[in-house]
Design a protein around this ligand. Structure first.
Ligand code: ASP
Length: 345
């Protein structure tokens, strides 16, 4: 491998970008990496050393699992010293979850991990996949004036923007600009050039080497509030066997029913050692649980404020913290801190 060229590893997991039409059913299904690369001859114009790894069976990202996240994290960890940057090709449906999970699993990351995919398969005439792949490679190879990687975090590149991975959410099933980080500015805007917002980019305060944390604990769940939620249904969920952590998706600035059937059940779950974090169902803004009486009752019961964290970041952060083997009190403490730029503190 020529050492002077940027060295990039592409990890192909599947997703629409590499899909082809099934001749029998007419539906899209993941296909192999050679097919994908054959459709982007322009890649050869980039003067990079590019290698690739692909999942044995590329998947639709709706099938993404903790085991798959471990596989991606392991590929990055095993190849970390051999490459300048990593591009992960992934379906859009669960991309924000994967980006969030990897941001926690890859502790002390100092190289770019750029996740991208597309809305139209790479073989289609109007595909967005070719542009996304090429831009992702360029971002993974980008360096600052001192020769250090410009991006040193897990990020999502889609169409015109580069977003922090653990701040992102899929916002459109149809639009080429399919992602957004509603509570954090884009890390870069992509037009004729790639314009980085250097103030927005994450820099790990630790100089320690990469530490890949593979253990994620799946004993977590979402509870989504809606008017009409009954005490029976709520209590059934709060007594889910083995559950350790709950992401409670509340209204507006972190509000929930103030009646005792609700707050007593929540307080009881917390007393039983379950960790509960409050995130808003709103697309933008966050939890200000002392603003209204209804939110304040939750905070007093011991529910942690997720502030402006996304649901995707909250649930994967809990998996990661419980996966470290931490006790509930420690999990609660770290949920309130920013570990890798996932929440404004
Ligand atoms: N269902 C596809 C996936 O997430 C959608 C996409 O890639 O855009 O794998």
């Amino acid at each position: 491998m020529n050492e002077t060229k940027p060295r990039i590893l592409i990890i192909y997991t599947g997703g629409t970008i590499g899909m082809i039409e099934d001749s029998e059913s007419g539906t899209l299904r993941p296909f192999n990496f050679d097919h994908l690369i054959d459709n982007v001859p322009k890649i050869r114009k980039l003067d990079y050393s590019i290698n690739n790894i692909q999942f044995d069976e590329p998947i639709d990202s709706s099938d993404m699992s903790i085991g798959d996240w471990q596989k991606i994290a392991r590929y990055i960890g095993d190849n970390y010293d051999r490459y300048d940057g990593f591009v992960v090709l992934h379906g859009t449906d669960t991309m924000a979850y994967t980006a969030s999970a990897l941001s926690f699993m890859l502790e002390n990351l100092h190289k770019p991990v750029i996740i991208t995919g597309s809305q139209l398969p790479i073989g289609e005439v109007r595909t967005d996949g070719e542009e996304n792949l090429i831009t992702a490679l360029q971002i993974a190879a980008a360096t600052d004036a001192s020769g250090n990687p410009m991006v040193q975090e897990v990020a999502i590149l889609f169409e015109n923007y580069l977003w922090r991975g653990n701040r992102s959410t899929k916002k459109s099933a149809d639009n080429f600009n399919a992602f957004k980080s509603n509570n954090y500015p884009p890390l870069a805007k992509i037009g004729l050039g790639i314009h980085f917002d250097t103030d927005a980019l994450w820099r790990s305060p630790s100089r320690r080497p990469l530490d890949v944390r593979l253990n994620l604990d799946p004993s977590v769940m979402f509870i989504d509030l809606f008017p009409g939620l009954s005490s029976e249904v709520l209590n059934h969920m709060l007594h889910t066997p083995g559950i350790k952590g709950i992401v409670l998706r509340t209204y507006g600035a972190g509000n929930a029913p103030s009646q005792s059937w609700f707050t007593d059940s929540i307080a009881d779950a917390i007393e039983r050692g379950i960790v509960i974090i409050n995130v808003t169902q709103c697309a933008t803004g966050g939890v200000h649980d002392r603003r209204y009486y209804t939110g304040d009752r939750l905070a007093r019961a011991g529910v942690i404020s997720g502030r402006d964290m996304t649901s995707e970041a909250a649930v994967t952060k809990m998996m990661y913290l419980f996966g470290l083997g931490l006790a509930p009190a420690e999990v609660r403490r770290y949920l309130g801190c920013s570990l890798c730029g996932e929440v404004s503190v």
